[in-house]
Design a protein around this ligand. Structure first.
Ligand code: CUA
Length: 332
């Protein structure tokens, strides 16, 4: 390889690494917004710098060895000095580093323990193919794909699965933890600042694993209490003819076998609770913005948008569809 091509290749590899590295930092675990994520990031940085220093030293020694091997006079093994070098450099130093790294990572498991200042609030999050059900314990309501928590307080999250193994991960707030059928794992989520935090399934669970995402919304105490109160209410009742017609379309269709709207006869449990659908930012587990056009497309044929999800396509007259959408959009 010519000298300039070699330089170009090295520059390309370095810039690729920097781009991937910095690109990932923005929203992921290296930009922590909660105490548990901060601890995980701290451990990550210690391991990263240790690995970097070790790699630089090892590669430097390798190049020195290759360089010197061209000279015939140094091929003799010097008993004592060379043996000690191999034992220390190849045995003792790696052992000390690996034992240190092991202790560090095991001590990091403490972030999964119950914090002393944990609140009474508990949310059971159930993983489904391919969405998230969130039940607020003792509050008598269930929502989907958006988990609201009060800021600055560790909130208990019970993690379960309705079908296969999923994994719950909010990179800026905590580490990953599995959701296993027939078993409950527990994690305590705490956010330092109010904000919207991205979460996703981190265990391959089927064809739409990549589109199994959610949001954690951390709110100031007053805003959070307001949200709880609104979610506890039954669904808004229709106030005009079009909305009433939309409600009839919903209640007269197969929708009711899978979805619940509290305050009506719809009490299906297979799909997301729609009681306050219009208060949510996204549909399809954060796949689409929750707006009129997207909701229409999703209602008619979500299989074209997210193939393999459990909602079948729906045959509806245009007027019925419009009324249904008006009704769904009234569910704030
Ligand atoms: Cu659920 Cu991957």
């Amino acid at each position: 390889m010519s000298k300039s091509r070699c330089k170009k290749t090295i520059a390309f590899v370095v810039s690729l690494f920097v781009a991937l590295f910095l690109g990932g930092c923005e929203t992921l675990s290296l930009a922590p917004q909660g105490p548990a994520a901060a601890e995980i990031a701290r451990i990550w940085w210690i391991l990263f710098w240790t690995a970097l220093v070790v790699s630089v030293i090892v590669f430097a020694l390798l190049f020195v060895a290759l360089w010197r091997s061209r000279r015939s006079d140094v091929k003799q093994w010097r008993q004592g000095r060379d043996t000690a070098f191999v034992l220390v450099g190849g045995g003792i130093i790696p052992a000390v580093i690996l034992i240190g790294a092991t202790i560090l990572t095991f001590s990091g498991l403490a972030v999964f323990a119950e914090p002393r200042n944990a609140t009474n609030l508990a949310i059971t999050v159930t993983g489904h193919m391919f969405w998230w059900e969130a039940t607020y314990e003792g509050q008598d309501f269930t929502t989907a794909n958006e988990i609201h928590i009060p800021v600055g307080q560790p909130v208990r999250i019970n993690l379960e699965s309705a079908d296969v193994i999923h994994s719950f991960w909010v990179p800026q707030l905590h580490g990953k933890i599995e959701m296993i059928p027939g078993w409950t794992n527990v994690i305590y989520l705490e956010a330092d600042e109010p904000g919207v935090y991205f979460g996703k399934c981190a265990e391959f669970c089927g064809v739409q694993h990549a589109n199994m995402e959610f949001l954690v919304i951390a709110q100031e105490e007053d805003d959070f209490q307001g949200w709880l109160e609104q979610q506890r209410r039954s669904a808004a009742q229709p106030e005009d003819d079009l909305t009433r017609k939309g409600q009839q379309v919903f209640l007269g269709s197969a929708c009711v076998y899978c979805h619940t709207i509290r305050g009506t006869n719809a009490s299906g449990r297979l799909g997301p609770d729609l009681t306050h659908l219009a208060s949510r930012r996204t549909i399809g587990a954060r796949m689409l913005e929750n707006n009129h056009g997207n909701l229409a497309g999703w209602t008619v044929n979500s299989q074209a948008i997210k193939p393999g999800n459990r909602m079948p396509p729906m045959q509806l007259e245009p007027e019925s569809l419009q009324a249904l959408l008006v009704y769904l959009e009234s569910l704030e």
